[in-house]
Design a protein around this ligand. Structure first.
Ligand code: SAH
Ligand code: SF4
Length: 380
């Protein structure tokens, strides 16, 4: 069943190279780099060197690689590049949030956001996993976009590298001195519908001899692709966030249509089995606050009851409006009351302050103008 959905959902992965076009090495894992070098007749240790230049030094051209022979650099440059996705548009919000509309080789576009922490020198990079999304959650702008394709591992790693380029964070700084300190897989797309590429990209990003981001600092958000949940935990060790948004199946079926396939009880069971789950490593439940839809006192009490045996944190996200939506954000008082009720039940339920609203960079507002293609939506 899952395979059927994923297949129906997608789609082109690797964009074929045009005649004379060179492949970027960004997104290749250690084994793939090793193979390329082996095919060039190079000894195994070269792979480690190349890895270091790509992902630790963030090299943008082969000339910089001074411990690699001129001959090999030339050979590499003949066939490959170190290209990242290009910035089609770059915007800076009055609150310091940065947003890129990145263009990929086939002209498809998807957004990447950097959200600096308000009082500390660190910040989260919000990464997209797909161009658009096949799941049409009724409150999400991305879900209204028709064109969808999976991003490749290179396109996913490339997003983080573009942010590091902008912030001047090469070579990889020590963990405590990073502006791009965290990743949230909360951009466009459903990461667990692009499982292989997302897992590969995260494993490249967490490799200690490269970009070296700790697993603990990465959170993957899913709308609830139940069969993939324990699997992604085992394959990556990253933290999990669940876009819950409703406590009753009838309502969640409308807000998050994937719920019709994987209802709340099954979703929460998968959460209970998430590898490494403990009070120190809790699951984040995201709950978008929509006026008169899911924001009653009864909803708050039921949410507390549903999550009572799962080590969890709750993140309340005031609904971010976008052009054409009929939903409204709950009032400030309502959101506060909801949070207080959860607190009364012993939960930490912070209210997420919307960031980058002036450049439409907040949760659920991401959308690119990639052209529409027919038949790419999942019929549930
Ligand atoms: N597809 C994944 C990853 C995207 S995360 C998922 O849905 O989890 C984006 C987060 O923003 C999700 O929690 C999503 O439910 C939330 N979101 C979507 N539209 C929103 C909106 N208009 N206002 C606030 N949050 C929204
Ligand atoms: Fe897709 Fe997530 Fe938006 Fe739903 S909330 S349409 S799963 S990006």
């Amino acid at each position: 069943m899952l395979e059927a959905i994923e297949k129906q959902a997608l789609m082109t992965d690797a964009v074929p190279l045009a005649a004379g076009e060179k492949k970027s090495l960004i997104g290749l894992d250690r084994a793939e780099l090793g193979q390329i070098l082996k095919d060039m007749g190079e000894p195994a240790f070269r792979a480690k060197q190349l890895w270091h230049w790509l992902y630790w030094q963030g090299a943008k051209n082969f000339d910089a690689m001074h411990n690699v022979s001129a001959k090999l650099r030339e050979k590499l440059a003949e066939q490959y590049t170190l290209e990242r996705p290009s910035a089609f548009r770059f915007q800076e919000s009055s609150d310091g949030t940065l947003k890129w509309l990145l263009e990929y080789r086939d002209r498809n576009k998807a957004e990447t956001v950097y959200i600096p922490d308000v009082d500390e020198d660190r910040g989260a990079v919000c990464i997209s996993s797909q161009v658009g999304c096949t799941l049409s959650c009724s409150f999400c702008h991305t879900g209204t976009q028709n064109l969808v394709r999976n991003l490749t591992a290179g396109e996913i790693v490339g997003q983080f590298m573009v942010v590091r380029d902008q912030l001047n964070e090469w070579p990889t700084p020590t963990e405590t001195a990073r502006l791009a300190s965290n990743i949230v897989m909360m951009g466009m797309g459903e990461p667990l519908f692009n499982y292989d590429n997302v897992v590969k990209a995260l494993n490249i990003i967490t490799d200690g001899e490269g970009i070296a981001l700790s697993k603990r600092k990465i959170t993957l958000s899913t709308s609830g692709v139940v069969p993939r949940i324990p699997e992604v935990g085992a394959a990556t060790g990253v933290s999990l966030a669940i876009s819950l948004h409703a406590v009753r199946d009838e309502l969640r079926d409308v807000l998050v249509p994937l719920n019709r396939k994987y209802p709340i009880a099954e979703l929460l069971d998968a959460c209970r089995n998430y590898p490494g789950l403990s009070n120190a490593r809790r699951i984040t439940f995201e709950y978008v606050m929509i006026k008169d839809v899911n924001d009653s006192d009864a909803d708050a009490h039921e949410l507390a009851r549903l999550l009572k045996d799962i080590p969890s944190k709750i993140n309340l996200i005031p609904f971010n409006p976008w052009p054409g939506t009929n939903y409204e954000c709950s009032s400030g008082n309502r959101v506060q009351r909801f949070s207080d009720l959860l607190y009364g039940h012993g939960y930490s339920a912070p209210i997420r302050t919307p960031r980058g609203r002036d450049i439409l960079a907040a949760c659920g507002q991401l959308k690119s103008d990639s052209e529409r293609k027919a038949g790419q939506k999942v019929a549930l």
